[in-house]
Structures are given as structure tokens and as C-alpha cells.
Design a protein around this ligand. Structure first.
Ligand SMILES: N[C@@H](CCC(=O)N[C@@H](CS)C(=O)NCC(=O)O)C(=O)O
Length: 280
């Protein structure tokens, strides 16, 4: 496992770093970012929050715009931000911003031409955490969070792997991709026509059937342009009610879909994760 360091920036006493590596799972070269808090200087192993970004993003959007690093430094949490899809000239793409590069949807594609590279589910669940553990001073404690498409990714990954994550949170997640245009377009392409195969990537379906619980926190802006057609947090709430899932869903008057919204509430999410990551 060779990885190459691309950048280092000291920030709030810790370090923001970007790396590239050859991913076996995605069959291409990938970039990710990690924030290492100051606590690693004393030889401590720190827990990790994985952040999954939304459509059109790379590893950079969250690290530059969310205002998370000051709080992560205080709390002693590392943050890992992967890219949102496989990358490279030989990777299949689409003209739309909501399919192909920048839009991997955190699934394992089964349909050509996408199945050659688009295995973001396995990358985030298996390969990336193994690489992070082998390379950085991190403990086995892991949490996961994300925005929009990344909120869908974080919720579905935590719901399917409850033993791996202490907590999950999301901003403006695509909560019911089976029943929205973004989800229908991406899942038809990546997973094919059989909608039965889509269910394992739908947060509301998974939450409704859940028997093992990972504490979940969701933030949603009431003035988000995507709220009614694409995001459907009411489907997630009704699923949580059905299974008794420990979901806290907060709706915020006037906030939209942007990083202005995320940066307004990120501190609460980091503190929520710290509380669960620091439990024995
Ligand atoms: N039509 C929009 C949709 C993309 C969008 O809103 N992306 C969100 C995630 S779903 C985002 O985080 N954009 C990058 C940013 O704000 O830094 C665009 O192409 O700009």
C-alpha cells in the first residue's frame, strides 16, 4: 500500500493533509484528505470521523468550507474526507452533474460501464479505513457523516454496518433515493432495472427494518431547494418511528442546501460524534 503526500497545511495546531493512492477497489488513483488534530503529537491515537460529500464535490469542499477543523482540534478527532467517485481519463462519466464522476452515490455498481470503477461503498467501508489505520495514529473508533448524496452514503453505510460506527450524522441527506429523481437516475444506471437491488442503498428502507441501532443525528434546512423533490426527510422520520430508531431530525427555518448551512451547525455534529466516540 503506497500512498503519496500531496499537501500539508498546519491548522488549529493540527495538520490538514492530502494524499493520493492507487485504489484496488476502485481500480484507479484516488485522492483523499485527512485532518490530524494536535493530540497526535503526544503519541495519542485519535478516533476518526469519515465525512462523505455531496454531488460535484471532491475531498476539498468540506475541509475548506465547513469550519470543522477548529472543533476537531479541540475534541481530538481526525477527519477523513474521500472523493465522491472514482477519477481518471478511463473512468466512465456522464454529461449530467448527478451521474458519473463526482456522483458515485456510495454504491457498488453492477452494470456496465460503471461496474469497472464505481465501487464507492466498498472503498469507504473497507479499503479506505484499512489504509487510514495502517498509515496514521488512529484508534479503532469510527463515526461517519455526510451531506446530501454523502448524507445518504453515511446513513446507509452506518445502517448496514452498525458494529463499525459509534454514531452517524447527516446534513440534508437524500433520505429515500428509491423515490426521488437523483436516486432513480443513479440507481438505474449503477444497479440496473431491478428495483429490489436498490433497497440495500435506501436509508429509509434500511432504517425501517433496523434492529441494531447507531445513534443518528440529521440536520435539514427548511429553505433547501431540493427538500421536497429530492431529500424527503419525512420518509426517514416515518421509518425511524416504525422501528423505534434513535434518530434526531432537526428542521431549520430559512437555511438552504449549502455549506453556509453546514458550517452553521457542524459544531453540534462534531460534539455529538465526540460523545459517542469517547464512550468505552
Ligand atoms: N446543481 C448544483 C448541485 C450540486 C450541489 O448542490 N452540490 C452540493 C452537494 S449536493 C455541494 O456540496 N456543492 C459543492 C459546494 O457547495 O461546495 C451544482 O451543480 O452546483
Amino acid at each position: 500500500m503506497t500512498i503519496e503526500n500531496l499537501s500539508v497545511n498546519k491548522s488549529f495546531g493540527g495538520w490538514h493533509k492530502q494524499y493520493s493512492h492507487q485504489s484496488k477497489t476502485l481500480n484507479c488513483t484516488m485522492r483523499f484528505a485527512i485532518y490530524l488534530p494536535p493530540q497526535i503529537s503526544s503519541g495519542s491515537k485519535v478516533p476518526v470521523l469519515y465525512w462523505l460529500s455531496g454531488l460535484t464535490c471532491t475531498d476539498e469542499n468540506f475541509m475548506q468550507k465547513a469550519g470543522a477543523l477548529r472543533i476537531a482540534a479541540q475534541l481530538g478527532i481526525a477527519i477523513v474526507a474521500p472523493d465522491t467517485s472514482p477519477r481518471g481519463d478511463d473512468v466512465a462519466d456522464d454529461e449530467g452533474y448527478d451521474l458519473g464522476k463526482g456522483a458515485g452515490f456510495y454504491v457498488n455498481a453492477t452494470q456496465a460501464p460503471w461496474d469497472r470503477h464505481y465501487h464507492m461503498y466498498d472503498y469507504v467501508v473497507n479499503e479506505l479505513p484499512q489504509l487510514i489505520k495502517a498509515t496514521f495514529p488512529v484508534s479503532n473508533k469510527r463515526a461517519i457523516a455526510g451531506h446530501s448524496m454523502g448524507g445518504h452514503g453515511a446513513l446507509t453505510i452506518a445502517l448496514r454496518n452498525p458494529e463499525r460506527y459509534t454514531s452517524v450524522s447527516a446534513f440534508s441527506p437524500i433520505s429515500n433515493p428509491l423515490n426521488c429523481p437523483w436516486g432513480e437516475k443513479a440507481f438505474s444506471a449503477y444497479l440496473g432495472k431491478d428495483r429490489a437491488t436498490w433497497r440495500e442503498y435506501d436509508a429509509s428502507e434500511l432504517m425501517r427494518a433496523a434492529t441494531q441501532f447507531v445513534p443518528a443525528l440529521v440536520e435539514q434546512g427548511a429553505s433547501d431547494d431540493f427538500l421536497t423533490e429530492q431529500l424527503k426527510p419525512e420518509a426517514l422520520q416515518s421509518a425511524a418511528n416504525a422501528s423505534g430508531y434513535p434518530l434526531t431530525l432537526n428542521l431549520h427555518e430559512g437555511y438552504d442546501h449549502s455549506y453556509y448551512f453546514i458550517s452553521s451547525f457542524i459544531e453540534g455534529h462534531l460534539r455529538f460524534h465526540a460523545e459517542h466516540l469517547n464512550k468505552a
